[in-house]
Design a protein. Structure first.
Ligand code: ADP
Ligand code: MG
Length: 583
């Protein structure tokens, strides 16, 4: 927190110094453009970090502006409460929209269109509802910021607003520098992975949308004090698209980017519009296209990459050994089967993939699941891990009935999953990926704001990192790892959470023969030391011989055979299925 205070103090001094250095007119412009920067930062928090393309940040911004205008007109001395109420109103509006919209898991395009339409609808309502909003002309003559019966003079108000705007930007900057910032990036780049790690991603997205709404609402109130009026155009198309432009040009997913974008484009627009009024709209269009083509990540990230600035590196978590072994089979679970999938049926349209499959595990064992391509092995793991449901049959995992549950609930019960194609957070470092895996099963958004950057990692996950050399690559972005290292990282992540059942889909794909035998030894050790139940989908018979207690063969929609490796290898039905197929 002391760091936050320092940053806040520096911002305040910077704002005062900048305002003092500029002429009164420029200082006024600066305060207005900093308000726009706050709006852009609120969009960046929601879109750049969390991945929700909201074209409706004007909704909380505008409604809060009208609210603040009403309060300021009725009680000019109540500016501080008005600013607070505006932030609360912005949060409430965003929470309402977020709950109604995000729980249905819409695609990005639908979110964008829906929020834009809502904003434009509000423009119409504000025009029609004259008694409250003042109709087309809006509410004018809003008094300046005031308290105890006096109003701030113009120049002081400009400085005050600049300080408050920079304060709001700093608050968002501090938020994203906390572990929640890494989690939001995770949700943006791979929501499926985050859900499988135990994050209730919908809840976190609604939380982020709400925080973004509070910031936009605060900006809305500042806007009213700064301009002394508010009209329906505050919800309009022009401002909605401009906010996206500032954020995109400056650089999504950084806080500095949208601030620079908003300031640069607005100062340029204010200066050049006098000279070339008729060309300015055209110029913004050209800037937009140029940025998309030349610098798709925006100005700040491109410069950071170009000059390899250290600020491009995110804060890294510290991996510390956890005292408690998260990888355990808890006694409460041991009274029931580890999992029990009975008569499972899975259809895709008219195509029946799984037709009455029964797969159970009573005692912790190391089970391999084999079968020809397309037999439904990955789908069966999806059903055990909650990524997919099934049409008929019952599934119980670690003592919990599974129907209608989300993957994050499975993860919180102890189901850890490695997918067939590695699902990592490519933008984040190896350490951050492992830390996110460790935080996943115990975290709410606010606890991720407060918690430290230390991640308590259970011994087995640390062992995997050490034995595979990934502990030397902790700061490397996961997206830059070799395919084999990606596989290992994902296995380490699966072991880093609250792991009571490990589901691995083709863990050795992309590994050399030696590496895959190493993997077999490591998994056997994990299993033996912690009595950890493991299910592995594999093709490679050498690996299976080295690792498996028992093998289940899936073919033609049902279980073809089940037994020890030797039994399976001498089974003529299995030979028939695999004839012509290597391994
Ligand atoms: P395996 O892992 O044994 O190779 P999968 O479980 O990946 O098999 O999938 C088996 C088959 O199920 C695929 O070949 C595909 O035809 C079908 N399938 C899987 N997922 C879907 C889906 N979402 N929609 C339609 N068909 C699917
Ligand atoms: Mg598969």
């Amino acid at each position: 927190m002391s760091r936050a205070l320092t940053v806040g103090a520096v911002s305040a001094v910077a704002a005062i110094a900048m305002s003092a250095a500029l002429s009164g007119f420029r200082a006024g412009q600066l305060s207005l453009f900093l308000i726009f920067a706050v709006l852009a930062v609120s969009l960046d928090f929601v879109w750049g970090y969390t991945g929700i393309l909201s074209l409706g940040q004007l909704l909380p911004f505008g409604i809060a502006a009208y609210t603040a205008a009403k309060i300021a007109t009725a009680a000019p001395s109540l500016s501080v409460p008005a600013l607070i109420v505006a932030a609360i109103v912005g949060a409430a509006i965003a929470a309402g929209v977020g709950v109604a919209m995000l729980r249905r898991r819409p695609t990005a395009v639908v979110v964008g269109l829906l929020t834009l339409v809502l904003s434009l609808t509000l423009e119409q309502i504000a025009e029609q509802w004259r008694d409250v909003t003042g109709g087309f002309n809006g509410l004018t003559g809003v008094p300046r910021i005031g308290a105890f019966g006096t109003q701030l003079p113009d120049a002081a108000q400009d400085i005050g607003i600049s300080v408050l705007a920079l304060g709001a930007i700093t608050v968002v900057g501090v938020l994203v520098s906390r572990p929640i910032g890494a989690v939001l990036v995770g949700i943006r780049s791979n929501e499926r992975r985050m859900e499988a790690l135990g994050y209730d991603t919908v809840r976190i997205k609604i939380w982020a949308f709400t925080v973004g709404g509070a910031v936009a609402g605060f900006a809305g109130a500042l806007y009213v004090y700064r301009t002394s009026f508010v009209s329906p155009q505050i919800f309009g198309f022009a401002l909605a698209t401009n906010v996206v432009l500032w954020t995109l040009v400056g650089g999504r997913g950084t806080i500095v980017g949208p601030v620079i974008g908003a300031l640069a484009i607005n100062f340029a627009s204010a200066t050049l519009a006098d000279v070339w009024l008729q060309y300015w709209t055209l110029a913004t269009g050209v800037i937009f296209v140029l940025v998309v083509v030349v610098m798709p990540h925006g100005l700040v990230p491109s410069l950071q990459r170009l000059f390899r600035l250290p600020t491009a590196r995110r804060r890294q978590p510290r991996l510390v050994r956890s005292d408690s072994h998260a990888v355990t089979t808890s006694p409460s679970v041991r009274r029931t089967a580890i999992f029990e999938a009975v008569d499972v049926e899975k259809n895709f349209g008219f195509f029946r993939l799984l037709d009455g499959v029964t797969l159970t595990m009573d005692e912790p064992e190391l089970r391999c699941l084999i079968g020809p391509n397309g037999a439904g092995k990955s789908t069966l793991l999806d059903i055990l891990g909650g990524q997919q449901g099934c049409q008929a049959g019952t599934v119980e995992v670690l003592g919990h009935e599974c129907t209608g549950r989300r993957p994050w609930e499975f993860a919180r019960h102890g189901v850890s999953r490695k997918f067939q194609s590695p699902q990592l957070i490519g933008d984040l470092s190896v350490a951050a990926n492992v830390a996110i895996a460790a935080w996943g099963t115990r975290s709410s958004p606010w606890s991720l704001v407060r918690s430290s950057w230390n991640a308590h990692i259970p011994q087995p996950a640390l062992e995997i990192l050490e034995r595979t050399g990934l502990d030397e690559l902790l700061e490397t972005p996961a997206g830059e790892l070799s395919h084999g290292d990606k596989q290992w990282l994902e296995i380490a992540m699966a072991a880093a959470g609250e792991c009571r059942l490990l589901l691995l889909d083709e863990p050795t794909a992309g590994m050399t023969v030696a590496e895959s035998l190493d993997a077999a030894a490591l998994l056997r050790e994990l299993h033996a030391e912690h009595r950890l139940p493991i299910v592995i989908v594999e093709h490679d018979m050498a690996f299976i011989r080295a690792v498996a207690d028992r093998v289940t063969v899936l073919a033609r929609g049902s279980v073809l055979a089940d037994g020890t490796v030797a039994e399976i290898e001498s089974n003529p039905d299995v030979h028939a299925i695999y004839s012509g197929v290597d391994g």
